[in-house]
Write a protein that binds this ligand. Structure first.
Ligand code: ASP
Length: 333
């Protein structure tokens, strides 16, 4: 009996010590040895779109640093919110993380009253992977030859036009909501499971126009299979130097730039979070990785925009920025 009590008290002592270690961020062996098997990265959109492409580019280099493969799993639906909800419910052991973006982490709360996650409180933030300016795109034989003509044409023909996007909550939906609000038009909106498939529809001429993250469009714009009317940033982009800014092209109100970022389920142990953030940081310093991202037009975050704290601040400020824009542009079509 006596022996059992001593054992029990030792056990209590040990579990207490363990809890203390975890609280201090000094987690048990599982976290220290992490990762010992492949890591799943949930991409909440179809393969071939910006989120998927960025996840694969940074994931390739992170796999080298971490010594384990980052395996992409495309979990599509509801403008990316299905995949992010799955990530929220995943075990917080570091083996399931996700690539979110401006849409899923900052626009979705204003678009879905019953959103199943809170972008800030239900996740640990690994870090910003890439900034992605937004382009106004159209099929190659869309009649307007510049943005001014685009504005006139879209206003005159709105009932006949189809606008593609990646679902309510996506970046393409949200940024074209802004564009359509500025133009006061409501075209027919055609949702896809990502903008990989929507760009294909644009190339095939099944839809007329869309707004999207530059990463998806550079080869097609350069190859002339689609048109880009303007970029929603202050500066032109070196990957598409002939595409004017929205300000130069006469629509300065259209300011739109997105981003992609890695997140993990809440309470993922601190040593694991540190390894993931450090691996992302290293990927963003790697010359070959940078080249791949830059060729696609992305804006690589400088050191002060990297890591979890900077990402939390970004998510907060982007929610504050986009919520009133979305509310003003509603009701949704
Ligand atoms: N760019 C997309 C969006 O509009 C999604 C994707 O990455 O396919 O949110």
């Amino acid at each position: 009996m006596e022996k059992k009590n001593i054992l029990m008290s030792k056990f209590k002592h040990l579990t207490g010590a363990l809890a203390g270690l975890v609280a201090l961020g000094l987690a048990p062996a599982a976290a220290q040895n992490y990762p010992t098997r492949p890591i799943t990265v949930i991409v909440p959109f179809a393969a071939g779109g910006p989120t998927d492409v960025i996840a694969r580019i940074v994931g390739d280099h992170m796999s080298k640093t971490l010594g384990q493969t980052l395996v992409i799993e495309n979990v599509v639906g509801a403008g990316g919110t299905t995949g992010i909800t799955r990530a929220k419910r995943a075990k917080n052991h570091g083996y399931t993380i996700a690539m979110g973006h401006l849409g899923t982490q900052a626009a979705a709360p204003a678009l879905y009253p019953n959103l199943q996650y809170d972008p800030l409180n239900d996740f640990e933030q690994i870090g910003l992977a890439a900034g992605t300016p937004i382009l106004i795109l159209a099929k190659k034989d869309f009649p307007p030859k510049d943005l001014k003509e685009f504005v006139t044409y879209v206003k005159a023909n709105e009932s006949k036009l189809n606008m593609a996007h990646a679902g309510v909550g996506s970046v393409s939906f949200t940024t074209c909501l802004l564009l359509n609000h500025i133009l006061k038009v409501k075209p027919t909106s055609i949702p896809y499971q990502g903008t990989g498939p929507s760009i294909n529809a644009l190339v095939g001429g099944q839809v007329d126009y869309m707004c999207d993250q530059i990463v998806n469009a550079v080869p097609q714009v350069l190859g002339g299979t689609i048109k880009a009317y303007a970029i929603g940033t202050e500066e032109r982009n070196p990957a598409l130097p002939n595409v004017p800014t929205s300000k130069e092209a006469g629509l300065p109100e259209f300011q739109a730039s997105a981003w992609n970022a890695l997140i993990a389920p809440k309470d993922t142990p601190k040593p694991i979070m540190e390894k993931l953030s450090a691996a992302l940081d290293k990927a963003l310093d790697d010359e070959a990785t940078r080249k791949r991202l830059l060729e696609l037009g992305s804006d690589i975050p400088g050191k002060n925009r990297r890591g979890g704290a900077a990402l939390s601040a970004l998510v907060k400020s982007e929610i504050d920025k986009w919520t009133p824009v979305i509310k003003a542009a509603g009701p949704l079509n």
